[in-house]
Design a binder for this molecule. Sequence first.
Ligand code: HEM
Length: 535
Amino acid sequence: MDFSMVVIEIALANLLHRFDWSLPSGITIEDMDMIECAGVISSRKQKLELVPKATRRKVISQKAALLPSPPRLPFIGNLHQLGSILHRSLYKLSKQHGPLMLLHLGTVRTLVISCPKIAEEVIRNNDLVFATRPKTKVMGALSYNKNDIAFAQYGESWRQMKKLARTHLLSSQKVKSMSFDRAEEVSLLLEKVADAASRGNEVICLTEILNSYVTNVITREVLGSWITKEKKTFLSKLSHESSPLFYEVFFQDFFPNLKWLDVLRGSDRKLKNYMKNWDALFEEIIKNHSRESKEVNGNNNTYFIGTLLELQKDSSLGFVLTNDNIRGLTLDMIIAGIDTTFATLDWCMTELVRHPEVMNKVKDELKKVVHGEDKISEELLDQLSYLKVFIKEVIRLHPPSPLLLPRESLEECQIQGYNIPKQNRLVINAWAFGRDKSYWEEPEIIKPERFFDCTADYKGKDFYFIPFGVGRRICPGMDFSMVVIEIALANLLHRFDWSLPSGITIEDMDMIECAGVISSRKQKLELVPKASKVY
Ligand code: HEM
């Protein structure tokens, strides 16, 4: 009933809004036969022939009505113009409609920014106005009902959680304190590769090995070392499933009247089952953690979950840290941490293989810094300036979260002189910024040296380079992910020479991304490692 009413209402409203209607000349109302067809469905027998004439529309003086926007269809708006790789289709649309563009996604007004200058204006003048996240079905579930950081709406709880994460979980001191765990995981990674290298000319799926390294490091730092291999595999699978989940169409988000279709199509059930898996996992994690704290060393608070459970008992915290806060924060660290960090490492190794001259420069730098050690420690990372600019160059061209995370206006505001109403979504295409010719010379080319000539950093001050976001909502996990990436890359390049399997050339490497909020490379990276001479 509701569905058919919406279909009828939206069609009628638009047909009458856009056109004036009259009968063909010579035909009068009396000529209209009102008899029905025979059959169970009683439609009118005589076909309706009419003459449409475009209605003269009122010129609206407010600039808001003139925001550039691609033509849209009734009911679905611009939804049909979005391809599976969203940042690419938005980039293409922006080339036709401009760097500030309004899309209608069903009933949802969405502003898309594709140039750094406008992003700077928004963040400098209206960061607070756009500090909230939209209340979508998936974000609501993942946030444990607004109890996390990444998906929660702006407010006191979000502020407390973000401050807590910055001070207790992701501070540089905390990141440093976990170097031992990372060193162990890097050793395991190197052993795996060395094993294959010792067999000579063996092709390995580096994508899978990197994925398992990042999953192991992050789950270990977040949950502790008790977590079994099977649990890690399950956790990694759940984490990967979260990215395409954002692309699952929930009618409720775009057509609130059609919420019931989510139940009918099974999307509601799918999301509930997905969250049930996390719930069960968290129950076990918390149980195991308390047991391990008692049994092993009584001091298991280094890991995030331990720190959070300790803070929960701390009366001086100034607020109550609920179980849902702990679940929400832990889930954030896992799903915001694993896929982004893994995607970056995978892109880095891919670009190194595509650019042997860059790979040689990284290796040369390593030779200068390392003196006979067969493993690189974190203390040496500060001396690897070329490796660092290379990673920057890779995240410029392949930002793992190309559209950042969506935001929404808390109140009316103005952007570029246009009036933007409350509850207007905002999407920032950081992927487009990294390709903007006004900021980057030959943007499609990998040239790490460009970062020696400019001071651009990803900490949120340079709007043309914001792979970690900007403003209040900037990623708090930057330092954490960078050290995980740098230490793995430095060691993989120090210990091994890398080549493509025989018969495969650089031209065979497909650089297209997977669909989803995290943009990892779709094709798996298969390489042949060979032990290199250690200097
Ligand atoms: C290469 C790795 C990473 C990249 C490129 C990345 C990128 C991003 C981006 C683009 C955002 C959204 C910012 C915005 O809306 O303006 C974000 C948010 C966030 N990231 Fe990361 N991230 C990475 C690693 C991590 C790690 C390792 C963690 C934690 C362990 C983490 C935790 C978070 C959290 C909690 C938020 C939500 C912040 C908020 O809404 O206030 N990220 N990240």
